[in-house]
Design a protein around this ligand. Structure first.
Ligand code: FAD
Length: 449
């Protein structure tokens, strides 16, 4: 049987690294043997560690790294249904299946995520308003559970456990395999446009009216007063092969180059209010407005993947993300207030992203619901905990909630108020894990045990 070893782990934000015991199985058999071995402590699964906080961290307990479990079990070239081990990444899926005309139906802003991580966080993309979250495209999961062994679950079999696993942050079981329906596409290109929007109200109005399958607004959070929330809106759809050929593009062109790396961890002052303001002002002012231009899928979906380890630019203390969603009814009051709080806090958000969400699904801890979501990256400077409490209060007051895959600080009482179906989730969990073997630093912090 494989052995685990001590390792210091953190999330993508590099905030609060913790001592864990890490196991790296090379096969499903090695993984299940290791999971079935008697142990006293807790266990949580980890994919590529792209959740920002402590969701895939288990201080003083065990972490199963599934990133080597990337075997494709089957692929149906008629329906696009891919059955694969949960460690397979979206990057690997795109490399293999895009040249054959298939693309992930929902993708977060990085390809360096595993199928298991996408299910556990029930990830959303720039098309949530049109297509929903990852849940909508998954037909079946194989789940290892402490009390009932390996279970096959779907909408027809073990439906409660199936649903709870989306957004369940690894607490309903270790996902072994996933059956995902890929999307048929004609090219590797996106037909879309860019448009400057003068403030947050303008941004929400335009997002509301826009019919593109993919849309996102990059907000300049340093702009204050009348320009607060000014942004650049990017919209798009998968381009037809004909449009690519007309523009003399290689229809399934692969990304031009490997990402450049950051060779060292930056000093903590690198991303300060001054440099961030400079970057945001330049990004807003230099953005060319376009309509119906062709852009390769990689910079459109994954602009940050162009720089490997960009998280190290934040320095040793790391950074945190605050992603919140507000319902449509309160968003117009809540968003300007949130941006205003950030502007007056003296803190800089290098990246701020606004998206529209369509209706949520029936998974008790799935994050998205109809409204608008804003994500802010904030350096881990002194006082950040108090600032996040202030943002939590604002979020709660406007009926919003925080995304667990991005979270590092949410306290239990706020978590419960934001996720009213916690007890339903816990009831499902108790059926498969009555002793609470599956637990992470995040689950203990937010009071999920
Ligand atoms: C640059 C960037 C952009 C992002 N953009 C978006 C976005 O647009 N939309 C969005 O929704 N998210 C976004 N994210 C967050 C990311 O998609 C999620 O955190 C995702 O869960 C990360 O996948 P991972 O494989 O790295 O999982 P990890 O970070 O390793 O783990 C995340 C959670 O999944 C659980 N998990 C992982 N594998 C398994 C498994 N096999 N079985 C059971 N549980 C498992 C872990 O226990 C943990 O709770 C972004 C992250 C980054 C770094």
């Amino acid at each position: 049987m494989i052995a685990d070893h001590p390792a210091t782990l953190s999330g993508w934000g590099l905030f609060n690294p913790a001592q864990c015991r890490l196991a790296g199985p090379r096969s499903l058999l090695e993984l299940t043997d290791w999971l079935n071995a008697p142990r006293n402590g807790h266990v949580i699964a980890r994919g590529l560690g792209r959740s920002y906080g402590d969701a895939a961290v288990n201080e003083n307990h065990a972490v199963a790294d599934l990133s080597a479990l990337t075997r494709v079990i089957s692929f149906d070239a008629q329906t696009g249904v891919l059955h694969a081990e949960a460690g397979l990444s979206l990057l690997q899926i795109i490399r293999e299946y895009l040249p054959r005309g298939w693309f992930p139906p929902v993708t977060p802003g990085t390809q360096y995520v595993t199928l298991g991580g996408c299910v556990a966080a029930d990830v959303h993309g720039k098309n949530h308003h049109a297509d929903g979250s990852f849940f909508a495209f998954v037909d079946e999961l194989e789940l290892w559970t402490p009390a009932r062994g390996v279970l096959r679950c779907s909408r027809a079999s073990e439906p409660g456990l199936f649903r709870a696993s989306f957004g369940g942050m690894g607490l309903t079981g270790v996902i072994l395999t996933v059956k995902l329906r890929l999307r048929r596409v004609e090219s590797a290109w996106i037909l879309g446009g860019a448009r400057r929007l003068r403030d947050i109200h303008h941004a929400m109005d335009v997002l509301d009216a826009d019919a593109s399958p993919y849309s996102v607004a990059w907000i300049d959070c340093q702009a204050a007063g009348k320009s607060a929330g000014r942004s650049v809106l990017l919209t798009g759809q998968h381009a037809s092969a004909e449009a690519c050929r007309a523009a003399r593009k290689d229809v399934f062109e692969s990304p031009a180059r490997e990402p450049v790396g950051i060779p060292f961890t930056g000093p903590s002052w690198l991303l300060n209010k001054f440099t961030v303001t400079l970057f945001n002002t330049a990004y807003y002012s230099l953005q060319r407005e376009t309509e119906n231009g062709l852009q390769h899928f990689a910079p459109f979906f994954y602009p940050l993947d162009g720089v490997r380890d960009w998280n190290r630019l934040y320095g040793k203390r790391g950074f945190l993300q605050y992603q919140t969603v507000f319902p449509g009814e309160t968003a117009r009051a809540a968003m300007p207030g949130l941006i205003d709080r950030l502007a007056h806090s003296g803190r800089a958000s290098f990246l701020a992203v606004l998206k529209r969400f369509g209706p949520g699904n029936d998974s008790p801890l799935s994050f998205p619901f109809a409204g608008y979501t804003l994500a802010l990256d904030i350096p881990a400077a002194p006082g950040v905990e108090d600032f996040f409490r202030e943002l939590d209060d604002w979020t709660l007051r406007h009926g919003g909630r925080v995304y667990l895959a991005k979270d590092s600080l949410l306290p239990p009482q706020s978590f419960r108020a934001m996720y009213p179906r916690v007890e339903e989730f816990q009831d499902i969990r108790r059926l498969v894990d009555p002793r609470g073997m599956l637990s992470s630093s995040l689950s203990r912090r937010v009071g999920l045990g």
